[in-house]
Design a protein around this ligand. Structure first.
Ligand code: 9MR
Length: 575
């Protein structure tokens, strides 16, 4: 019975709202706007056996307008949220283009009969020969009566295949704290089994204490390379070390910082910061090797010929990844390449990212290479695009190992149903993820505290997320001072800073003390990470040992000797 229920669960949760979503009932394509099936508006639709799944896809040609598209409508429930997806393969390129962009557009009819149009996602890099994912999500207005979904490419001369479409309702989380707590326990904790062999020693007055000293889950922040090293900024540094175990240099490793004019070499500052942080046990991420958004490309590169630019890029990999080999376990490779394509355009090479990943991997094979982008969970427009970029790069065999979800939230209320859905969507790629640049731009410290708490609960409870990096913490050094966790000359925590610390150093850390009793077996359920275990007699430490709690749990065997008034611990065996 239970097995049956478990197998049925996914189908129960995700009901397909489209008819012939996989385009396999080929007789349904020729409809019109009245019959509720597929309709090719300002275009021709025929079946194709070049399919993504099932037996057929639909081939869309002869598009008479840029909005010519295969389309279908359904009746939504007002105030509910929906996810839209399809796979597309373009069949040709317009002249001068290296790829095309597809918009997923909704036409929403309200109760007054008027329509409004909403673009819910753009996949920017469709290449002929590959299936790409398109789609997005949308929160329906209360009075939505009917929704029609369109898949559009601005250039009407581009023909495409579409397949494996779907429209599904996104589940609502009624109580985020209780929804996440079970998953947090299963994913982030494990058992510490403590056995005391007492050799007839009277254990009265003995206690065993476990203290967590580090976290397996990565908690960190961006830091300013100067402030984290300069002795003038002790309070800034204290706040950092008091809260975090991971760092990323906010700007000092960027190409424009390290080489503002060609040939200049500003490696000294980032090097000093990386070495200082590492000497204090902090792990440092590398951000970033290349940045796809033209605004952040140093001007000198904009004048270079394609071959000179490529040469400079080869050198950049050596100067960044090569130089810091062994010190930076993560690197963002072609930052924000869902939102920009400077190097692809300059080099007329739509696959330049693949080259970057391969070069970076050669320079430091042990560093995990990332895609890193914004609006992936904070907005709907880049979720599917990011998923598609990852899928494409992996399909080309690039050594992409992790996904970086930036998480810059503005001051608007946060829809946690959608954030969770978007995380799940990106997790379909099958790679582990990091939240790389979390901030919430809210001037009200109390609502900001609530929002940070809810987001952290969501992220910490997600099986694909391995760490969360804040994008700064002090309002004196923050690109959005209202997002800060601490304020003023004394770097004083505000309500958000206090809440974050209470979670990451309080609720999600294990520190327990238990009296030792005759023949007792104790089980402590602890958060994964590094620990110290101490045995105390009347409050005085008589033995200390270190251990790591990971996926296999830990058995501690404490063997006592001596007498009741003078107990000794022979050893604490960690197994
Ligand atoms: O916070 C960074 C700010 O100090 C810089 O002036 C800016 C340009 O380099 O970059 C900011 O950080 C961005 C990050 O590198 C990439 N994702 C978006 C971040 C916020 O804009």
């Amino acid at each position: 019975m239970l097995v049956l229920w478990v197998t049925l669960l996914p189908t129960v949760l995700s009901v397909e709202l489209l008819k012939d979503a996989d385009f396999d009932s080929t007789s349904t394509y020729g409809g019109d706007e009245t019959d509720g099936g597929w309709w090719c508006v300002q275009c021709d639709a025929v079946p194709s056996t070049d399919k993504h799944t099932g037996s057929h896809s639909v081939k869309v040609t002869n598009r008479k307008q840029n909005w010519g598209s295969v389309t279908q409508s359904f009746k939504p429930q007002g105030d509910h949220k929906y996810s839209f997806r399809a796979y597309v393969k373009i069949l040709n390129l317009a002249q001068g283009k290296v790829y095309h962009s597809m918009e997923t557009l909704l036409e929403i009819k309200g109760s007054n009969g008027n329509s409004k149009y909403e673009q819910i996602g753009t996949t920017p890099h469709l290449r002929p020969g590959s299936w790409h994912i398109v789609g997005g999500d949308y929160h329906m207005p209360n009075d939505a009566q009917e929704v029609r979904v369109y898949f559009q490419i601005s250039e009407p001369q581009v023909n495409y295949l579409l397949d494996t479409a779907s429209v599904e309702e996104i589940p609502h989380i009624t109580d985020l704290k209780s929804d996440t707590s079970g998953r947090i326990d299963t994913l982030r904790k494990n058992n510490i089994n403590i056995k005391v062999t007492n050799n007839n020693v009277n254990p009265s007055g003995l206690t065993v204490e476990v203290h967590q000293t580090s976290s397996e889950f990565g908690w960190g922040s961006a830091v300013d390379a100067n402030d984290i090293t300069d002795s003038q900024h002790k309070k800034y540094q204290d706040y950092f070390y008091d809260n975090f175990e991971w760092a990323v240099l906010e700007n000092a490793l960027k190409w424009y910082s390290m080489e503002p004019s060609q040939g200049q070499d500003n490696v000294a500052l980032p090097e000093k910061a990386v070495d200082t942080l590492r000497s204090k046990g902090i792990t440092v991420r590398g951000h970033n090797i290349f940045w796809a958004v033209a605004q952040w490309v140093p001007n000198w590169q904009k004048q270079l010929s394609a071959s000179a630019l490529k040469q400079a890029m080869v050198k950049r990999v050596t100067d960044s990844v090569g130089h810091f080999k062994g010190k930076l376990p993560h690197w963002d490779v072609n930052n924000e390449n869902v939102h920009g394509d400077f190097y692809a355009q300059q080099l007329h090479d739509p696959d330049i990212s693949i080259w970057m990943f391969n070069e970076a991997h050669k320079a430091a094979p042990n560093s995990l290479l990332f895609l890193n982008d914004y609006n992936v969970v904070s907005q709907n427009d880049a979720t599917v695009a990011f998923e598609d970029e990852a899928q494409y790069v992996l399909g080309k065999g690039a050594p992409l190992k992790r996904l970086g979800i930036q998480s810059h939230f503005n001051g608007q209320p946060i829809d946690y149903d959608l954030v969770k859905h978007r995380l799940d969507e990106v997790a379909r790629v099958g790679l582990k993820m990091w939240i790389t640049e979390l901030d919430i731009d809210d001037w009200n410290e109390n609502t900001k505290a609530d929002k940070y708490e809810s987001l952290l609960r969501l992220y910490f409870s997600h099986p694909s997320v391995e760490g969360v990096m804040f994008w700064g913490y002090w309002d004196g050094r923050h690109w959005r001072p209202n997002a800060a966790l601490a304020n003023g000359q004394n770097v004083t925590p505000n309500a958000a800073g206090r809440r974050v610390k209470q979670l990451i150093k309080g609720e999600w850390r294990t520190n327990e003390s238990h009296p030792v009793r005759e023949g007792q077996n104790l089980r402590v359920r602890g958060f994964k990470g590094g620990y110290t275990v101490q045995v105390k007699h009347n409050g005085n430490i008589i033995k200390t040992e270190q251990f790591t709690l990971g996926d296999n749990g830990v058995d501690l065997t404490i063997s006592l000797s001596g007498s009741g008034s003078n107990p000794q611990v022979n050893n604490i065996l960690v197994g």
